[in-house]
Design a protein around this ligand. Structure first.
Ligand code: HSE
Length: 318
């Protein structure tokens, strides 16, 4: 008889790039997020038994499913491909949203399976397996969504190739306003429109801003954070995919945002703010701009989520 334990995990949405850190910086927010449930089974191998919230888009074949690929990669590494495991995936955020939807599924899949089998690997050791799931989804190798989703907080990636990452401190009063307009942007498309080469002047500006943002976070210097949230590489090219992007940016900055840019590959946008009240005001102002387009949209206000993926329910069925 297999152990009858059942585990439900929650993996949060993430804001990748954070304006000046294309592919190398990301942070987690409290909601939305995906949920994955796993339990032992008599039937050998990993089986996805249920998927909700995907509008029928996701395959149940684990080898073709982001959460499944991450879990399979982990089980393969551990030499446990025959282990009987059932998985349910509950998608709670849209695809192509810029909220790290595929990363959340990949992280939830690997983390849940690791927990179920007794946590042989640490959180950080799960990173390569979550990356396999994420890369399967968007065809690119960047840890700026899976990193913070897995570890929580603000995560800096020194090297995506080596998966060399570091957690940065999040100032206590740093809040994010994230607004998702209801359009879909495929990460692949948003990456293809970026230039292969950038002028030295832009590279210098971007490096200065990234360094400034990191210093601002470490020193809790909101002025430095504010001066650093600028993207001269991806935002100027990607903004055209988001209706009224610059209107939304102006609205966010006039409402008091420290800075504003595109969340990941978009269409979601984000602002960093000092305090909850400011973040709520900014989220409202941005939401109004998209509503006027008209575009339905969802706004999320959150401090930096320092927990990352975690178990929300664990039970042993009799
Ligand atoms: N850094 C990635 C990009 C994030 O901007 O393409 C995608 O979610």
């Amino acid at each position: 008889m297999p152990d009858s334990k059942e585990i439900r995990v929650f993996a949060p949405a993430t804001v990748a790039n954070v304006a000046c850190g294309y592919d190398v910086l990301g942070f987690a927010i409290n909601a939305p997020g995906d949920e994955v449930v796993v339990r032992h089974s008599d039937k050998p191998g990993l089986h996805i038994t249920k998927i909700t919230g995907d509008n029928g888009k996701l395959p149940k074949n684990p080898a073709q499913n982001t959460a499944g690929v991450a879990a399979l990669d982990l089980l393969k590494h551990l030499g446990m491909m025959d282990r009987g495991i059932e998985m349910e995936i509950h998608k709670k955020m849209p695809f192509g949203s810029g909220l790290g939807s595929s990363a959340a599924s990949a992280v939830a899949g690997a983390y849940a399976v690791n927990k179920l089998i007794g946590s042989p690997l640490s959180r950080k050791q799960l990173l390569p397996f979550t990356m396999a799931g994420e890369a399967f989804a968007d065809g690119a190798w960047h840890a700026d969504n899976v990193g913070p989703c897995l570890m929580g907080g603000i995560v800096f990636i020194r090297s995506n190739a080596e998966l060399d990452i570091a957690q940065l401190p999040a100032p206590k009063n740093l809040w994010a306003a994230v607004v998702h307009p209801d359009i879909e942007i495929l990460t692949k498309v948003a990456r293809e429109i970026l230039p292969k080469e950038i002028p030295l002047e832009n590279a210098t500006q971007q490096i200065g801003n990234l360094g400034g943002l990191i210093c601002g976070l470490i020193q809790e210097d909101y002025g430095m954070i504010s001066r650093s949230i600028h993207d001269v590489i991806a935002e100027p090219r990607r903004q055209k995919l988001i209706p009224d992007f610059y209107k939304a940016k102006r609205a966010a900055l006039s409402a008091g945002a420290l800075g504003f840019s595109i969340s990941g590959a978009g269409p979601s946008v984000f602002a960093l703010c000092e305090g909850e009240e400011s973040a709520r005001k900014v989220a409202d102002a941005v939401s109004k701009v998209f509503s006027a387009v008209p575009l339905t949209n969802q706004a999320y206000v959150s401090p930096i989520n320092t927990t990352g993926v975690h178990v929300i329910e664990e039970s042993t069925k009799s």
